[in-house]
Design a protein around this ligand. Structure first.
Ligand SMILES: [Zn+2]
Length: 241
């Protein structure tokens, strides 16, 4: 049985494919599978509400205006290179996730980004600790990142050439590979001071049955539930530090 796929964000059923990804990008709104999954999750869980202060880094164009309408003036779309968003309808501020020294403890109700962490020239430990610091107790850190087989390795020094990074990490502007063999332990260790959760992954089976999930996102429940580039992590800060 062929399950018809349509975009959960804009309802289009036309997609642009990528290798091994028949429904990679919505032809209408441009959303990748992971963006459609994020939207499905946000609509199901409703963690972001009107009146909150939400930092959304590398804001996906397909959802940023919708999020602004939902959240209101506290929605803060941000990027290290805001000039990449000239065609986006929301104004994107410059923001450096590797230096949060000017950001107060608990400033945000939520921080959210997909596929940003693999670009950042700073140790992942400090990025996670600092991100959790600037989220208020009760707030959330919602994120996703590319995850590969094996163990993680990185080169966060700016001496490697784009060609070397392509060879090492599969993309010219990536500085690390995050491996599924050690990433769960890394998360448990670095997030232990902030949360009493034992698993930080969103379970897509709790959002929709497998057919519905596929129909709305173009990805299988199994792919989204494991440790992959489509997995969404939702860390709830339960411990005040
Ligand atoms: Zn769409």
């Amino acid at each position: 049985m062929v399950i018809p796929v349509s975009c959960v964000i804009c309802d289009s059923s036309a997609f642009r494919e990528a290798p091994n990804r028949p429904y990679a990008f919505c032809k209408s709104c441009g959303a990748a599978e992971r963006t459609r999954y994020l939207w499905l999750y946000l609509n199901h869980e409703k963690p972001l509400r009107n009146g909150m202060v939400v930092l959304h880094c590398a804001p996906e164009k397909a959802v940023s205006a919708k999020l602004k309408a939902t959240i209101g003036p506290g929605y803060r779309p941000a990027d290290f290179e805001p000039n990449r968003y000239e065609t986006t309808s929301v104004e994107v501020e410059k923001f450096d996730l590797t230096d949060l020294s000017g950001v107060a403890d608990g400033e945000f109700d939520a921080v959210m980004h997909l596929h940003v962490l693999e670009h950042l020239y700073a140790p992942l430990d400090s990025i996670f600790r600092e991100t959790m610091r600037v989220i208020r107790p009760g707030g959330r850190f919602i994120f996703g990142l590319p995850i590969s087989s094996g163990i993680s390795f990185e080169n966060i020094w700016p001496d490697a050439t784009p060609e070397e990074r392509l060879k090492l990490f599969g993309q010219h502007d990536h500085v690390r590979l995050v491996g599924r063999d050690d990433f769960p332990r890394f998360l448990a260790r670095v997030l232990a001071p902030f949360s009493d959760q034992t698993d930080f992954r969103v379970d897509p089976a709790k959002i929709a049955d497998a057919d519905t999930f596929f129909r709305k996102t173009g990805i299988t429940v199994a792919r989204a539930a494991g440790y992959t580039g489509d997995t969404i992590f939702d860390v709830r800060k339960t411990i005040a530090v």
